[in-house]
Structures are given as C-alpha cells and as structure tokens.
Write a protein of this length. Structure first.
Length: 367
C-alpha cells in the first residue's frame, strides 16, 4: 500500500509501493520502457496517474533544471492548417536556444493522454497543445507539469494557463449570416468526418439559420455516416474527410436530394473546391443559382474561378504568438492575457457575390 504523504509531492518510492514493485523497477520503466513488459508499464503508469506523480525519464535529471525542449502537440501532420501553425512556431523560435519536439495526437484522446504522460516525464521547458478537449487525466497532468502551457486554435473561458485562437462557432455563425444577408435561403452544410472544431462551426451555422427561421436539419450533408460524432481510434487519411473528390460527391448528392438548395457552406476549403467542380460539371451558375463558401482560406480559394468565399483563420500567427508567449514566460515575464482571441476574416468573393459589390471585396474583420 502506498505511503501517505500530506506535505510533499509523491516520490518514486510511493509509485513503486502502489504498483507493488520495487523502486528500481519503476526507475527502469521510466528510463527504458522497452525493457519492461507492457502489463507492468500499464500498472506503473496507473500508479503515476493516481498519485499525480510527475517523473523524469532521465534519472540523472530528477533534481536538475528543465530541458530546452518545447513540446508541440497537434492532431495531424498531414493537414496544411497545422503545418502553417507549426511554421509559425518555428519562426517564433528564431534567436533562442530552445528546440521543438512535435507529437501527433491523431485526433485520439487516449494517444494524446499517453503522449502528455511521456512528455512531462522529460521536464519540457514548455508545452504548446492544440485544442481544449483534453481528458480529465490529460488536463490534470498539464496543470501539474510545472512549465508554461499554451493551448491553441480554439477559445475557452477556462484555459489551463493561456490560450491563443478564435471561436469556430462564431466563424460559422458569421459566414452563414453572410450567406443569408446576400439573399440565400436554402443553405446546406457540407462536411465529412467532424472533429470538435467542425461541430462548433456547425453549431454557428445552425444558430444563424435559426435566427431567420431557415434551419433545416436535412440540409446537413455528411459523407459516409449518419452520426456527427467523430471516430476516436486513429487519424483518418486525407481522402476520408478532406478531399475535393468528397466535396464533389457531397455536392452532387445535395443537388440530387435537395434541388432547391441555393448555397452551400463547406466545412473546409478543399470540400468547397469539390463543390465548385460538381456545379461546373452541371453548368450551374455560381453565384446566381448557387453560392459556395468554405473555411480556412488557402491560396487556391482566390485563384479559383469564380474566386471562392471563405473564412480566413490566422494559422501562422497562432503558432507564432504561442511561441513568443512561451519565450516570454521562460524569461520571467508576466503571462499577460490568459485568453487571446485572434479573430478571423470573412473573405467575400465572387462565389457568393449576389450584390453589387465587387466580386473580390476584401474580408471584413470579425471578433
């Protein structure tokens, strides 16, 4: 049975006692996990979580200062959204002696939890983590990590320490309001598999349409499943939820099932590109007969013909400001505002231009 410690942090001996093994075995599991059986590692990890023990993978550094590593956790290494974020983080690193280690959570809570457990063992200088829906165990480990923690790409009123991002719900709301304002009434939402951010965009879409009595749940068009809950096992491949082919298939299905649809709000830009291809194949006038809008504002959106309306998010800036925030805290500076809203831009282009305004009108800043 683990010894009780009321006035100090749990030790490796406490972990060993709770796990029913020797301290040397726990030390070995932390330093060389490959030399310990999977079942024993699971038992030791469970004891670590129960005791809220923050170990160091390198036994020699148990009493030393922290490393120079900034751990960065993102849900995908294949999406351009996150590659832009990581580029901003690296640009913010210039001139420092810090180094980056990137971990891919693959949209999986269990993987994220294990990665965080492994990361805090190494005593990182800081942690930058995408998203706000960490498990209770992951959040607790981050709260007790003893280093700067910056969450990115979302907003919440209760960040672990500091968060830099924007409201996906608000972005979905404002884009849908734009479509309504220029005269569209039967507006579909096109998406593949949806993560938390996508569900927030859908929520904003729904709120905007309900404001005008226009919401029709039948116009939420998904590919391959009826539920809007995302899979939580492995990261989907790009073609499973993020491809122009899926966008074209979704648009074709929408036109066949709902011929009165006059606009589509696509969950990401590449789906909107596929929707454009589907409309062009049927000689459908854009924006006269159907308006098309996307989300992210990649460069091909303005290059398309007609240029595609979309939500511009500040991906590079999000990563860059997160890294600058980390560097400031490591220098002893005040954490500053705990919630940093970078906002977004509604980029109004030809694909939704039903007004007399120029087809390439600049985006209007939304906060």
């Amino acid at each position: 049975m683990a010894r009780k410690r009321s006035s100090s942090r749990p030790t490796i001996a406490d972990v060993a006692a709770l796990a029913g093994v020797g301290a040397i075995t726990v030390s070995r599991a932390l330093r060389e996990p490959e030399k310990v059986s999977q079942q024993l590692r699971h038992t030791i990890d469970g004891a670590i979580r129960t005791l809220k023990y923050i170990p160091d993978h390198n036994a020699r550094a148990l009493a030393s200062s922290r490393t120079d590593v900034v751990a960065v956790l993102v849900p995908s290494l294949t999406q351009s959204v996150f590659s832009d974020v990581v580029r901003g983080i690296y640009d913010g690193l210039e001139g420092s002696n810090l180094r980056i280690e990137i971990a891919n959570t693959r949209y999986n809570d269990a993987i994220e939890e294990q990665l965080v457990l492994n990361i805090v063992r190494h005593k990182p200088a800081a942690i930058i983590i995408s998203g706000i829906e960490q498990t209770a165990a992951t959040r607790e480990m981050l709260e007790n990590a003893g280093c700067p923690i910056v969450q990115i790409m979302d907003l919440t009123d209760s960040p672990i320490q500091k968060i830099i991002g924007f409201s996906h719900e608000r972005a979905g709301l404002e884009m849908t309001r734009h479509l309504v304002d220029v005269g569209y009434r039967r507006i579909a939402f096109l998406t593949g598999w949806m993560n938390t951010r996508s569900r927030e965009r859908l929520c904003g879409y729904r709120k905007a349409l309900e404001e005008h009595g226009l919401f029709d749940p039948a116009l939420i068009m998904r590919r391959g499943a009826d539920s809007i809950e995302p899979p939580r096992v492995t990261e989907p491949t790009q073609n499973e939820f993020l491809s122009a082919s899926m966008g074209r298939a979704l648009m074709e299905e929408t036109l066949d099932r709902h011929p009165d649809v006059d606009a589509v709000f696509c969950n990401n830009d590449v789906l909107s590109l596929g929707a454009l291809f589907a409309c062009q194949a049927r000689n459908i006038d854009i924006p006269g007969r159907i308006g098309i809008a996307g989300f992210n504002d990649f460069d091909y959106m303005e290059a398309a013909h007609p240029a595609l309306t979309t939500v511009r998010i500040h991906r590079w800036r999000c990563g860059h400001e997160a890294m600058l925030a980390v560097r400031g805290q490591l220098k002893g500076e005040d954490i500053g505002p705990r919630i940093v809203d970078l906002g977004f831009d509604i980029m109004k282009r030809a694909s939704t231009n039903r007004s007399s305004q120029a087809a390439t009108e600049n985006g209007v800043r939304q906060k």
